[in-house]
Write a protein that binds this ligand. Structure first.
Ligand code: NAD
Length: 321
């Protein structure tokens, strides 16, 4: 078995490698070659922790396994550890023997940023210039960095419920040589691409704050009850997702579907656009929306890529198991 420690991931994994891995696995999902298994997420009754498994099998990429982990809200205060903790396990699909164990914390941020970047690459207008960020927490900086690579953006604008966090975004924009402007939500009408990545349980963006032709990557809503957008935005948009069942059950589309504003059959897997079986954006005026819910196959894809990189770099730890 090969072990790739969490501390090695930052030196090994690039945004580009994460983008390629996620794009490929979305394509495999849409082609019917890869599927996610039902997600388990449980309150364990200890340390207020939520723990679970996201697994799947990609027959095209031969990645079989799961991400195990969750959220320990007391970690930072009590132990100086980050609250989100996860580890990815890969198994040999020919024999079932465990093949690798990979630190999953940084990889989760990279694969989530890669998902919205893939959506921007395939769905945003080619002439998109202004990137709007709703949210400025841990994930937001990864999202912003990966998104900036996808179009010739010339400005970043941002809104956050807690404005004291906005310098997180400004630092990334400045590093990329772009101006940053903090805006009110009404200011988002200037954005050509909007990424929402918050922990909100109520709609933040309303329909009149989104201009025609915008691409929205809605990334924060990954649990039943969470919400970032007015459901009417989805009703007026071409809606894409990583996985339709998850989008309807716990993604942003849960609200629009529950209110009868859209049907599950109105939602398209992003992989179909990647594979060329769906045209994607149909006009410059259309609003396109990616409901990025986060699937286990994304984790397996980036973990498999990082194991190859670790072997190449000579930092994978081999254990006879
Ligand atoms: P974080 O705690 O670092 O930041 C939270 C962000 O949400 C901050 O910008 C904060 O100001 C904002 N926020 C908090 N409460 C809010 C409210 N009531 N209304 C509006 N904004 C609010 O968290 P993070 O690590 O950046 O994660 C952000 C979200 O992304 C979480 O909901 C997380 O579950 C989700 N997430 C999704 C995926 C995916 O694959 N789709 C993957 C990882 C994380």
């Amino acid at each position: 078995m090969l072990i790739v420690a969490e501390r090695e991931i930052a030196n090994l994994m690039t945004q580009e490698a994460a983008f390629d891995a996620v794009e490929k696995v979305f394509a495999a999902m849409a082609a019917g070659d890869a599927r996610n298994f039902p997600v388990v997420r449980e309150a364990i009754g200890h340390e207020d922790a939520l723990y679970g498994f996201k697994g799947g099998f990609d027959r095209a990429g031969l990645a079989l396994g799961l991400k195990a982990g969750g959220y320990w809200p007391n970690n930072l205060e009590k132990r100086g550890l980050i609250n989100h903790q996860s580890t990815i396990f890969l198994f040999d699909p020919d024999t079932g023997k465990v093949r690798s164990m990979v630190g999953g914390n940084l990889l989760t941020a990279l694969r989530t940023a890669a998902a919205s970047a893939v959506s921007i690459s395939h769905l945003a207008r080619a002439d998109a210039r202004v990137l709007g960020m709703v949210g400025a927490g841990h994930q937001a900086t990864f999202q912003l960095r990966a998104a900036l690579k996808q179009r010739s953006f010339d400005k970043v604008i941002g809104w956050n419920l807690h404005p004291e966090m906005l310098p997180n975004l400004e630092a990334v924009a400045t590093q990329a040589g772009l101006p940053f402007e903090a805006v009110e939500l009404d200011g988002m009408v200037a954005a050509d691409v909007i990424i929402s990545i918050t922990s909100s349980f109520d709609a933040i963006l309303s329909a009149d704050q989104v201009s025609p032709g915008t691409h929205i990557a809605c990334m924060g809503t990954d649990t039943k009850g969470k919400q970032e957008l007015d459901p009417r935005i989805l009703a007026g948009a071409a809606v894409f997702t990583d996985e339709v069942a998850q989008s309807v059950a716990l993604g942003e589309a849960q609200h629009a579907v529950a209110r009868g504003l859209i049907k599950p059959s109105d939602i398209t897997q992003l992989g179909a656009v990647i594979n060329g079986t769906h045209e994607g954006r149909s006009s410059d005026d259309q609003i396109t929306l990616f409901d990025g819910t986060g699937v286990g196959l994304q984790d397996l894809a980036v973990a498999a890529a990082v194991v190859d990189l670790a072997v190449e770099a000579g930092v994978a730890i081999e254990v006879d198991f």
